[in-house]
Structure formats: structure tokens, C-alpha cells
Design a protein around this ligand. Structure first.
Ligand code: PMP
Length: 417
């Protein structure tokens, strides 16, 4: 028998070789999960909301639960105008678009959404994607090509990293929020190469804010274009809710702002806004925009309505800041270790000693009737286990006090405070 006639994968005796189980790389994670569940713990990553009552309340495991782990910062999910716009669009335009934005998938609602964004940010161009994840994936991988350099914060969101991985540029990370480290990396980029600095306004794990003013200035001095992901600041930070770049007065220096509808806007989808004169070409060359179906009519109609209402949300913004500061101060007074010295955004991260006690605390809070996010590596920086609390403008001051009482009882029961 010659080599050509043997069975592929079989050894010389003809016995098929044992297949390598491609799942074996997940064994440590499977084991860790099984250990937690064997200890009688509820799976923190498969909670079901049996009914959602409002932006701040849902029925979980049959009980009324306060939601402190959603990104519903401005409470727009139950806004009557937002809901009505979606219902009407579903009636008028149907359930879905069944196509890409560049073929049959651009309806009136997509245009209105982009108009609302242009107006909200006071920028020339707006491009709507099906998710924020895809917006980062698409814009980053498309604008930074072979021979270009992406200089990014090491704690960047997964969608930013995946955008880097999908493209062909050189990727140079720098230490989180470290201005000098960023400058050093920038100065090492070879003469003449294209440079894109990628930053976030608010970093979602610890809820800390980037020193955008200095970083954007340095990026510009070094001839880089700048992209800022303002997913967690839209609608809340800055005079018009445009984000941290607006708050610190450098929004005009930013080349691309990425955002999402899945947080303050209260729906789903992503976008990029820009004043770059050639920006519209992105619609033809950006693969995560071209090769996927567009958002359904109900979503874009609700989204456009929500963005327009967010423009007038300054009272809500003030109340959200109040909630955030009260919760931060209260948790610190109780003895919890927090991700930031003071409240910098609507996210307050409570640092847990380890995953096991983090999961116990998460469950104790749920039993109290409070839902928070359990975050663990690799999503978290420095291998931390975090209980991430994100506040909503619809949490009442009284609710924030109730939440603090729940943290106190659960923290004492688990032995964290
Ligand atoms: N950027 C950041 C900073 C995020 O936190 C997220 C989602 N958590 C995204 C982008 C992706 O947004 P979306 O949920 O719309 O995909």
C-alpha cells in the first residue's frame, strides 16, 4: 500500500488516530465553574429575568429585584414615546429588514437615526451599525491598515481588541490611563506611518475616566488620529451628554466617536460619528457594516426617539450623578473596597477578595433582592473579581438607601466587611 491510498488521520497500521478534542483548552474554566455550582451556588452567568417591570425592577427567581447591574443609565427602556415609536414602526415597516444597509436594508428609520446622531453630536457624519461591538470591529479594522499603528489602552474593551485583531495594523498597547506610557509608544512609531490612538471615555470595569484632555493633545502633537469609545458616557457625561471628550472640552479634536444604543439609549445598535470629510466611504469598505443585516425598523425608530429625548435629559443627568455619588460614599463608609476613589461615572465597582467570595456575595445580594454584575477575568483588569454596580437615573434616592442596606447585610453575612 502506498502513502496515497492510506486513510487520512490513520497510522501505518490503519488505526484511526484519536482526534484532538478542540474543547480541551476550556477544561480549567469548566472545572472552575463546576466547583462553584457543586458548592450549591447559583450560576451568576445564567440569570433569567422572568419579567421586567421597569428600568430598575425585574422579577428574578420569582421575586421583585432591584436592578443595579444594567447599562440602562438614563432609564429609557420604558419611556412611553420610545415604546410607541417602536410599535408604530413595526406596524408600518414590518418586523425586520432582511438585508444589509448597502442593499435593501436602509429604511427611513435608519436615516432618522443617523440624523438624530448627527444632531446630538453636532457632527457631519453618522453611521449606524447593528451593535456597538460591530462599530468598533468595523471602524478600527478598516481605518488602520497594513503599515499603520494602533496605540491603545491595555484595558480596552474586547470589541476594540477584536477590531485590532481583525485588521492588519501593528498593535501597541500602553498601561491603563498612563499618559507618559502612551506618549513613549507614540514617539517610537516609525516616521511616516499612520497612527490611530484608541481610548475610552469611561472604562467599564472600574468605572474610571480617561485623562482625555492630555491624551488627545499628545496624540495630536504626534500626528495621530484619535478614536474615543464613549459607550458608557453618552447621554450622561458632558453638557449635552456627548461624553467625556465634551466634558473636558476636546470633542473637536476627536476624529471618531464610537458609541452604542445598548446603554443610555436603551435599545440595541452601535454607531460612529465623525467630521472626517471622506467618512462616507466607510459605508462601502467596512465589512461589519456591509456584510450583516441592518437593525429592525422598531429598533431604529425607538432609538431615534430616545436620542432626541436624551438631548433634553439634564435633570435626569443631575439625579444620576446624585445616585452615583451617594452609592459610592455609602459603600466606602461601609468598608467596601471600590475601583475608584470617588464616583467618576455611573459605574461603581466593588472589589471582591476572590472569585469564590465574589460569587457568594453576588448570590447573597440576589437573595436580598438586588441584582449586580459579577465580573471576572479575562473581562476584568489585573485578574480582579468585581461586583459592578451601574446606576440608573430612575433609581430613587430611597432605593439607593435600600441598596446600601442590602450591601451591608450581605457583606457581613459573607464576611467581606
Ligand atoms: N464599547 C464598550 C466600551 C462597551 O462596554 C461595550 C459593551 N459593553 C461595547 C463597546 C459594545 O457595545 P454593544 O453592546 O452595543 O455591542
Amino acid at each position: 500500500m502506498n502513502d496515497h491510498s492510506s486513510t487520512p488521520g490513520a497510522d501505518s497500521s490503519g488505526t484511526p488516530a484519536a482526534a484532538t478534542d478542540l474543547f480541551s483548552k476550556f477544561d480549567p474554566l469548566i472545572q472552575q465553574r463546576e466547583q462553584l455550582l457543586a458548592a450549591g451556588m447559583q450560576d451568576p452567568f445564567s440569570l433569567v429575568m422572568e419579567k421586567v417591570l421597569s428600568p430598575t425592577r425585574a422579577i428574578c427567581n420569582g421575586r421583585d429585584t432591584i436592578l443595579l447591574g444594567t447599562y440602562n443609565y438614563m432609564g429609557m427602556t420604558f419611556d412611553p414615546d420610545v415604546i410607541e415609536a417602536g410599535k408604530q414602526a413595526m406596524t408600518d415597516f414590518g418586523a425586520g429588514t432582511t438585508g444589509s444597509r448597502v442593499l435593501n436594508g436602509t429604511f427611513q428609520g435608519h436615516r432618522e437615526c443617523e440624523d438624530a446622531l448627527r444632531e446630538f453630536y453636532d457632527m457631519d457624519h453618522a453611521m449606524v451599525f447593528s451593535t456597538g461591538y460591530q462599530a468598533n470591529l468595523g471602524i478600527i479594522s478598516t481605518i488602520a491598515g497594513k503599515g499603520d499603528y494602533i496605540i491603545l489602552d491595555i484595558d480596552s474593551h474586547a470589541s476594540i481588541w477584536d477590531g485590532c485583531a481583525m485588521g492588519n495594523a501593528e498593535v501597541v498597547p500602553f498601561k491603563h490611563n498612563d499618559i507618559e506610557a502612551m506618549e513613549k509608544r507614540l514617539k517610537r512609531v516609525p516616521e511616516g506611518a499612520g497612527k490611530l490612538v484608541v481610548l475610552e471615555g469611561v472604562y467599564s470595569m472600574l468605572g474610571d475616566v480617561a485623562p482625555l484632555k492630555e491624551m488627545v493633545r499628545i496624540a495630536k502633537e504626534n500626528g495621530a488620529m484619535v478614536l474615543v469609545d464613549e459607550a458608557h458616557s453618552m447621554g450622561f457625561i458632558g453638557e449635552h451628554g456627548r461624553g467625556v471628550a465634551e466634558e473636558v472640552g476636546i470633542i473637536d479634536e476627536v476624529d471618531f466617536i464610537i458609541g452604542t444604543f445598548s446603554k443610555s439609549v436603551g435599545t440595541v445598535g452601535g454607531f460612529c460619528v465623525s467630521n472626517h470629510p471622506k467618512f462616507e466611504i466607510m459605508r462601502l469598505v467596512c465589512r461589519p457594516y456591509v456584510f450583516t443585516a441592518s437593525l429592525p425598523p422598531a429598533v431604529v425608530a425607538s432609538t431615534a426617539t430616545s436620542i432626541r429625548k436624551l438631548k433634553h435629559g439634564s435633570n435626569k443627568r443631575a439625579h444620576l450623578w446624585e445616585n452615583s455619588r451617594t452609592l459610592h460614599q455609602g459603600l466606602r463608609d461601609l468598608g467596601f473596597e471600590l475601583g475608584t476613589k470617588q464616583a467618576e461615572s455611573a459605574i461603581i465597582a466593588v472589589i471582591m477578595p476572590d472569585l469564590e467570595r465574589g460569587a457568594m456575595m453576588w448570590e447573597a445580594l440576589l437573595t436580598e433582592g438586588l441584582y449586580v454584575n459579577l465580573a471576572r477575568p479575562p473581562a476584568t483588569p489585573a485578574n480582579m473579581t468585581l461586583l459592578r454596580c451601574s446606576l440608573c437615573a430612575e433609581h430613587s434616592a430611597e432605593e439607593v438607601q435600600t441598596i446600601l442596606g442590602m450591601f451591608e447585610r450581605a457583606g457581613k453575612a459573607v464576611g467581606i466587611i
